[in-house]
Structure formats: structure tokens, C-alpha cells
Design a protein around this ligand. Sequence first.
Ligand code: WTA
Length: 647
Amino acid sequence: MAEAIYPVPAAWSQDALIDGARYDAMYRRSVEEPEAFWAEEGRRLDWIRPFTKVKNTSFHEADFGIRWFEDGTLNLSANCLDRHLATRGDDVAILWEPDSPDDASRAITYRELHAQVCRLANLLKERGVKRRERVTIYLPMVPEAAVAMLACARIGAIHSIVFAGFSPDALAGRIEDCDSRVVLTADEGLRGGKRVPLKKNVDEALTHCPGVDTVVVLARTGASVPMVEGRDLAWAEAVGRQSEACEPEEMNAEDPLFILYTSGSTGKPKGVLHTTGGYAVWASMTHEYVFDYRPGQIYWCAADIGWVTGHSYIVYGPLANGATTVMFEGVPNYPDASRFWQVVDKYKVEIFYGAPTALRALMREGDEWVKKTSRASLRVLGSVGEPINPEAWEWYHKVVGEGRCPIVDTWWQTETGGAMITPLPGATALKPGSASRPMFGVAPALLDNDGQVLEGATDGCLVIADSWPGQMRTVWGDHERFFQTYFTTFKGYYFTGDGCRRDEDGYYWITGRIDDVINVSGHRMGTAEIESALVAHAKVAEAAVVGMPHPIKGQGIYAYVTCNTEVEPDEDLRRELVAWVRHEIGPIATPDVIQFTPGLPKTRSGKIMRRILRKIAENDLGSLGDTSTLADPSVVDNLIANRPAMA
Ligand code: WTA
């Protein structure tokens, strides 16, 4: 099959920060002389005490550890704010676009942002927040979310952002796991014209979290919400009476910066912990090189702050680089399907970074919604979160970018802190659907199931052979789980959980998760989490969840459910279970299909055969493989015969 290739346009390679030859030379140096390479890149930050040690890492059990710039000290909020004040204090740091185009937007300069961050930092200190203490942030997409992150970083507190679409239960679990005493939230969120009852969710969550003694509530919609005396503070008032001066704490490079919970193949979500120095170098460097970012350009990452993309590419990367970062509260199709491109025109956005699921949804609405906007300002387009299918890639390139803008398809993970495999706009010929080549310092390898390294053009399990500065350092509260999850499948390697193909040109093509994680609209969901939500329902005896192909979401959620014997499953129960899962986890976990079944295919030792369930969900009935090891092979015939029509 011939693959389309888009060479780097001549104009691009001439002007680019990094052209093809420079990429080759820098990449070689980054893996052959990492100490020298990273010592230089490390200097992109302002250090309080400059580091003298660069890399001290091992993926092996005997001397396992990941430390970067370990004797340096710095403050990341000072790197994102204070150091820009003299040169660009009056430049816009955050351009905020509200949910509705009829509401007022906001432009916040670096100087104003600095003042807001200091005030909130002082409030946190007034409430007794200390270095290394965890602060939970449950805010919608408003500038105060960035203020909250930076205020924590300023005083050395560790922030844990919980996506504002998560349920009270999910929020409570995350507050408890990291033992936070302080929650920053809003009265309500606003998305696509709908109100999200954030404070109500917090109140419900806190019935399980007696340790929380401070809730700061931002008035986003002005809805009246009950306030608990002594615990709940109105943001504007409490922050308003604070001083605008707050000295940044001197932090070690390896002091924790944030925790972000993410789903894995087993157990409850893990608190991925990132530290300060290496993460900041990685976020800043990748933001600059991947997007060919130049000072003064308007940059927009349309992710949510609740995901790692929002952390690294709305807040820390761009602000460390002194960029103007657009923050969008709304959704791509509200009030209509032109919304993204109208925002691009409104702010003359040059760099746009979005998710394939949004592109597929917009593509379905037709080209007119795009074509009635100008988009003349666009230079670079980015994609993140899931594989982009070539059809959506071509549409993005041809219709949105009018053939003019390179597409950077960035593969990475919450665990990696920033982009790992990605084209660079001025350096990499593009192949639609391929994340292409490794970022500096990234040593990808493909292994077979026995851990043998595969060479040349091949398919395999994607691992990374050596550490990079943005790598996560541990799972909060469970260092052993960190080692077990990522470094034992293949000894001496970081295991990504993704399958991947490498072609003749050395380009990487991510084929998707090979563990029990599904990727729904670019959101990672552990099948185990949805299963445990289902079995928590009184009428459910057993559940197995797998991914299924979905034209917009990439993957949909297919749940096989066995009810208790006295229960007659019907449409009402199906609706009830869908609502139940939405309530237990959040709307992103909504099952697309629920198939009731008297039994699940199990081996004689009682293990559910997910491979078979996946095939049935995919309607790939010709290749069910060997079913002879099943305890009761007739279960499979029954599942096939009763596959719901809507699946
Ligand atoms: C998938 C999001 C293909 C992958 C930044 C990975 C991708 C998981 C891409 C991490 C891409 C992310 N092409 N697949 N460009 N980007 N993925 O932690 O399966 O939310 O392991 O981080 O998303 O999801 P996470």
C-alpha cells in the first residue's frame, strides 16, 4: 500500500528553528552525549542554584532511580512569571475565550497573572498550606485554574487537578488518595451552554473526606451555592484581601510539582507524580521545538486542564517560554461547528493543537463550517491523545490548514510529561497517521512478547530504553507499583502499554493500547474501573468491559453484564446502568453498548477471555481463535447470537 508523504515545504525548512539536518545532528547528540545535551537545554530555565549534575537514572531493579538536575534549585512559577516581567510584563499571558461567544473574553498580562498567583499563594499560606502538601484543583477551564497551579508551584505545594467532568465519587477517591486538605473549585462550570454543578459535587465528595478543612469557591456563573462556615471561602473576597507580593520558594529540581491521576490496566487510577526541574525543561523544550514556537506568536492548545496535555501545553510549557496561550472554556460544536475556527480568527492563532476526536466530529458536520472562516493566521497544526486516522489527518491538512500547515502528530502519555514521538514542522516529512520520529533524548525500541529487541521495519511493543527529563518519578504513595507497572514487563525498559509499527524509513506508527486500557475520545479509561462501577450496582453479578471501534470517539465502551439470577434484564435496566456508570465515574465513562448475558467466556481456571470479548465487540467473528480452552464454549455462541443490534 502506497503511503502519502508530504515533504517539508521549502519555505518552512529555510525559516524553521530546526530543519532536517539540525534534527539529525541534535538527535544524535541527545542520545550519544546526553549529559552535554541536557546541560545545555537545562539552561533554558532560570535556576536559583545552578545544577552541576545532569542525569542520574537507571531502569534496573538493583539501582532503580530517576533523577535529573538533582543538585539544582529553582521555582517553576518564577520561571513562568517573574522572569518575564522585565521584558514582557505587559504582554498577554492568557487569552481566555468563554463558553459562549456572546460573553466577554479576558486578556491577562504576565504582570496581572503574577499578581493573581501571588495573592492566591498567600491565601494558601494563610490556610497553613506547606511545601509538599497536596492541593486538589477541581475547576473549569478558566484562567483561575492556571493561577491555582502556579500558586501551588510558587509555595512548593503539590497540585492534583481532577477533571471537572469527574463524579463526586471519583473526586473523593483522588482527594483521599493524596490526602489533601484544601480544594479549589467553582460554583458551577459552563460547557456547551450546560451548567456543571461543581460545588455540589465537591460537597457530595467531601462527605467521604472529613480531612478537608478549606474549600475556595470561585464564582463562575454566580449561582447561589451553600457555603459551609469556616470551611468554604469565596474566592474573590479571600484572594482579594491578600498581598500581591509572595516570594517564590526555592525548590529542588526533584521536588514534586504535581500529581495527576490516570487509568491503568489494573486497580484504581494511579497518581502519576512529576517533579520540578526535568519536567519544566521537557515541557518548555518540547513546546518550543514541536510547534516551532517563536516569541510573540499566539498559541492555542484546545485540551482541558484536567488532562496532562493541559498541564504541559496550556500552562507550563507555553508560560515558561513567555508565550500567549489561549484558554478555551467551551466545546468545538457550540454554538455551532465553526466555533474553533472563529476563535482562531478572533485571536489570529498561529499554532493550533487539538484532538482527533474533535476533528472527526467536525469533519462529519461538513467543510462549510470551516470554509466560512479565514484561518489565514494558522502556521502549524497539532494532534494529540489517540491515533489520528489518515482520513481525519488529510481533512485537517487540506480543509483546516489549506495544505499550508504542517501537522505535528504528537505521541506521548501522562507518564512521559511531554511529546515523545512527533514530527518537527521544519524537519520531518509527514506521513498521515504516523507520529514519525523520536524527540531529542528519546530512545524508542520495539520488542517482541519475549522481550527481544526487533530491528528494522516491524511491529512490536513500544518501550523506551533510557530516561528523559520529563519522565514521571513515581506513583504517589506506591513506589513499588511504579516499578512493577512500567519496568518489569521488559526488564531495563520503560513499557508504554502501546503497540507500534516501525516502517522502512524508521517512522513510528502507534497502533493503540495493548493492555486493558481503552482510549475514548482521547480519554484514558481502565476497563477495570468501569467493571467495578458496574458490579457495584445491586442487580449486577459480573461485568467485563472492552473497547470497540467508534467513528468519532476512536474507541467506544462495550460492556458485557451478567445480572443476579432473580433479575430480568430489560431496557429500563440498561438505561439505569448507563446512568449509574455516569454517576459513579463521570460522563466520559458512559457505556456505548451494554450486552446482557447469562455468562462470560472463561477458561477452566476462571479467567475471563477478553480476547474473545474484544472480537465480538469489534464484530470480527471470523477470527475468534481457539475457544477450546473455554470452560463452556456455548457461552460464545450465545454472545454472538444475542449481540445487540446497535453495537
Ligand atoms: C494514546 C495523552 C497515537 C496512546 C497525552 C497513549 C496516542 C495514551 C497519541 C496516553 C498519538 C496519545 N497517536 N496514540 N499521537 N497520543 N496516544 O496519558 O495510547 O491521556 O498510551 O496522554 O494515548 O494517554 P494520556
